[in-house]
Design a protein around this ligand. Structure first.
Ligand SMILES: NC(=O)C1=CN([C@@H]2O[C@H](COP(=O)(O)OP(=O)(O)OC[C@H]3O[C@@H](n4cnc5c(N)ncnc54)[C@H](OP(=O)(O)O)[C@@H]3O)[C@@H](O)[C@H]2O)C=CC1
Ligand SMILES: CCCCCCCCCCCCCCCC(=O)[C@@H](N)CO
Length: 332
């Protein structure tokens, strides 16, 4: 009986591997490709641009601050691998006006050709307790992190469909896979990207277009330094569960997954577990990935419950500490 079951499983796995070419895309060739990186003037976006440039791509950087853009352009150009390579800078707010975004992307495509890979990395964060976060921050974060990824993607998708090729990356966050203390304004914007990515991927797969969602952990960047200035103690302690990554490392993983057309992109062992655990009904891009999800999801849920328990106890401890110090303040 056991033997029969084992034989059955082996047969299924073999069958799956036989159909695997149907679901695994052909890798994108970066040499000569046009890569657009929003948020390309700083942090993770900058490192993604450098990584692609090192592999021979032509780059368009998009961000608001012109000086930062020019400075980054110079920095990237140090890594050129041939003398034809170009770094184009475009100063625009990706979250304000769709027509403006569409226009600048049209200009970029006139100069450097149709976009082969769009990386939506422009984003920002605000942390704090729900009642302390200003109401307009909820709107602003949704505009920058979510709509700021919708607009550039919407502007390039028709050409990608016509060419029957293209890659789109959405940079979400581990905070887009689980909700944590302090991230009531930020997390929903990153969860939203996942919904967008799943729906879009189903639409464009027959056109040979592949979508990647990246879920980076805390990463050492100017944005992270800014965020840390006002982060609640709870958020800090919870985040310390996993260590801070280098932007170069995160960028390398994202570029590799985008080239391969992987739907999911994660860094580190926590990232791996979270991605398996939260894979839900997301598309699968390799048989091995699917099998890992089937086998590990239950076990990782158990691991996750322990993490959640420790997060709850951090929150409770901080609350008691605060109440205690408020009481001593009163009696003094
Ligand atoms: N660092 C981290 O710990 C993590 C970051 N992430 C995500 O990765 C992405 C990059 O983060 P990080 O490298 O830390 O960020 P940085 O703050 O270092 O860089 C953000 C980039 O986005 C640009 N940008 C911001 N707002 C806009 C806008 N409205 N229009 C156009 N460009 C804009 C900035 O340029 P300018 O201000 O000139 O416009 C800058 O180039 C974000 O989406 C973030 O949420 C995810 C997980 C962890
Ligand atoms: C099996 C389950 C394992 C669970 C492990 C959970 C670890 C949680 C740590 C979360 C850190 C939050 C990252 C947010 C980063 C971010 O987006 C901001 N820094 C942006 O600036």
């Amino acid at each position: 009986m056991l033997l029969l079951a084992a034989a059955f499983i082996v047969a299924i796995v073999l069958l799956l591997y036989m159909v695997s070419p149907l679901i695994s895309p052909k890798p994108l060739k970066l040499p000569g490709a046009h890569v657009v990186v929003t948020g390309g003037s700083s942090g993770i976006g900058k490192c993604i641009a450098i990584e692609c440039y090192k592999q021979g791509a032509f780059i368009t950087l998009i961000a608001r601050d012109e000086n930062k853009l020019l400075q980054t352009k110079k920095e990237i150009e140090k890594y050129s691998v041939n003398d034809k390579q170009v770094v184009l800078c475009i100063s625009v707010d990706v979250s304000k006006d769709y027509e403006q975004v569409e226009n600048v992307l049209k200009q970029a495509q006139e100069k450097l050709g149709p976009v082969d890979l769009l990386v939506n990395c422009a984003g920002t964060s605000v942390t704090g307790k729900f009642e302390d976060i200003e109401v307009n921050s909820f709107e602003r974060l949704m505009a920058v992190n979510y709509l700021g990824s919708v607009y550039p993607s919407r502007a390039v998708i028709s050409t990608m469909k016509e060419r029957r090729m293209g890659r789109i990356v959405f940079v979400s966050s581990q905070a887009g896979q689980l909700g944590l203390f302090g991230y009531t304004a930020y997390s929903p914007t990153k969860f939203a990207l996942r919904g967008l990515a799943e729906a879009l991927q189903m639409e464009v797969k027959p056109y040979n277009i592949y979508v990647t969602v990246a879920y980076p952990p805390d990463t050492d960047t100017p944005g992270f330094a800014e965020e840390s200035k006002t982060k609640p103690l709870e958020t800090k302690l919870i985040s310390e569960t996993s260590s801070v990554c280098q932007a170069e490392q995160v960028a390398r993983v994202i570029v590799k997954d985008a080239i391969q057309g992987n739907f999911n992109s994660s860094v580190g062992s926590d990232g791996y577990m979270l991605s398996i655990l939260t894979s839900g009904m997301s598309p699968v891009t390799s048989i091995t990935e699917g099998l890992q999800q089937v086998v590990c999801m239950g076990i990782f849920r158990i691991v996750g419950l322990f993490y959640l328990g420790s997060f709850d106890s951090i929150v409770r401890r901080c609350m008691m500490q605060r109440e205690k110090s408020e009481n001593t303040d009163k009696t003094e």
